[in-house]
Every structure is written in structure tokens, then in C-alpha cells.
Design a protein around this ligand. Sequence first.
Ligand code: SAM
Length: 287
Amino acid sequence: MQDNKKALKKQMSQNNLHFNKALGQNFLTDDNILDGIIGAAELDKMVNVLEIGPGAGALTTRLAHGAKKVVAVEIDTSLIPMLSDTLSRFDNVKIINNDILKIDLKKLVEDEFNGEPVRVVANLPYYITTPIIMKLLEENPGFESIIVMVQKEVADRLSAAPGGKNCGAITYSVNYYCEASRVVDVPPEAFVPAPKVWSSVIKLVLRNSAPVDCKDKNHLFELIKAAFLMRRKTFINCVSNSKTINCDKETLREILNKLNISETVRGEALSLVQFSQISDEILMRNL
Ligand code: SAM
């Protein structure tokens, strides 16, 4: 690992490059963790990969060895010449210099992978982890799985069971779209520069069908978001104050009673099925 760190620092300085903190540039230098990510991706020459933030290309190189085709989206223009040079020996890698949040994923998958299934593999920039994961899930143009390094605290939330102390609104979204599992926890020393926090690699396997059958998915997610707006308040207090969910306290009480749920319940104690039932009841009453 020390050799990798030295080599990376040397490579960056030879190219007059600096680690850009604002872009979440903590590059992974631990071979075991890099191999663990590749193992979790279960690559073979039939598998296509979208990588977000290739950085100096440590993960990209391994992906190129194992996968059919790799498309790597990197926002930092200054890294592109060095990255292109590192990856020049592979004819199955394409680098796209762009912001992943601005990319039309459906178009990218059609243009670059002929609409074939794709796995996302990435050591994510931590300052935009949630928007990236939500984009991948909501736009999903046929992803089979998403294997990502995130802050450990975020991994706890993403892979929590709804109803537990670690869960938040995103727990339910992840649970709706996929099955989450933890691959490995990663100490700060595995990166250059070392971040202040521990990280974790998680694997999200996309479901073939949704686990609940709700009337309106968008309304369900708005309801969940509203329920988590104020952490220590009851579900009724949060939702009745929400601007997006049109439902007063009395109606919410009625609905919870009908569904045999306590009036003092907090959002994090509700299951996805219960959220879905409440969402349907609100929609029925708003007809
Ligand atoms: N994959 C490399 C590794 O594992 O060593 C680098 C990972 S580093 C944590 C995150 C990378 O994402 C950086 O290269 C950063 O420039 C890039 N990045 C940051 N924001 C991005 C965005 N909006 N779109 C695409 N790439 C981004």
C-alpha cells in the first residue's frame, strides 16, 4: 500500500496535479480493497461497467481487465490527460469528461452499451453521494447492480432495515429499488489523501419488481421525505406540516387508526408497506 501511495503522489506531482478536496478526491491505494470491489462486481467479459469518478484510474484499470466495456465519467478536466495515458493500453475503456449529475443515463447506456445491462462500480465523491445514488436509482436505465464506496455513516443508512435507528428517507428508496448488502468497511489509511472518516463498500442489487404495490410512487416518496423532515417529531406532526403532502392532522389520525398504527408513531418506525398503505389512503381521500 505504501508503494502505491508513493507512486500516486509521484504521478500527480509529475503531472502538476493536486488532489482537489472540493471534488472529493480521495484516491484508493489499497490493493485488497480494490480487489474486493472488483470481486463484488462479479465481472466477466459479458459485463459492462459504468464508473463514476475514475480519478487516477486505479479502479478503472482493474475494471478494464475484467469487463467487456468500461465507460468512466470524470468531472475534473485536469485529470483527463493523465487518465487517458494510464488507460491508453485498453481498447475497451471510454472516458467521458462530464458531471455525472448532468448526464442522461438512458442515452449513455443506449449509445455506449447498445442498451445492454450495466453494472455501476465507483468510489463515489462523498460531497454528492446521495444525489448520485438517487439519480442512479430513479433513472435506472437497466442497471443490474451498483457497487459503491461511500462514507460508513451513509452505508449504515443505505443498508439499514426500515424501522431501525439508522434509517432515513433514503433507506426506504434504496429498499424500494434494491437489496442492499455491505461488502467491506474501509479505514481512512486506504486512501490518499486520507479522509477524516471510515468508508464502506456497499452492493445494491436492483429488484426486478417493486416490493410494494402503491398507487403513486412519487407520492409515496414525497410522504416518506415529509415524515423525516423533523427527526424527533411524530409522523402526524411532520406530515401535517409538509407543503407537498396535502393532509391535515385529523385525517392522518383517521388513517393511522384505520391501519392499526399508533397515532404517536415516528417515521422511522414505519415499514415500507405501511408508508405505501398510508400514501394510498391519502390519495383516495384527496380524490
Ligand atoms: N476512482 C478513484 C479511486 O478510487 O481512486 C477516485 C475516486 S474519488 C473518491 C472521486 C472521483 O470523482 C474524483 O476523481 C472526482 O474528481 C470525481 N468526481 C467528483 N464529482 C464528480 C461528478 N459530479 N461527476 C463525475 N466525477 C466526479
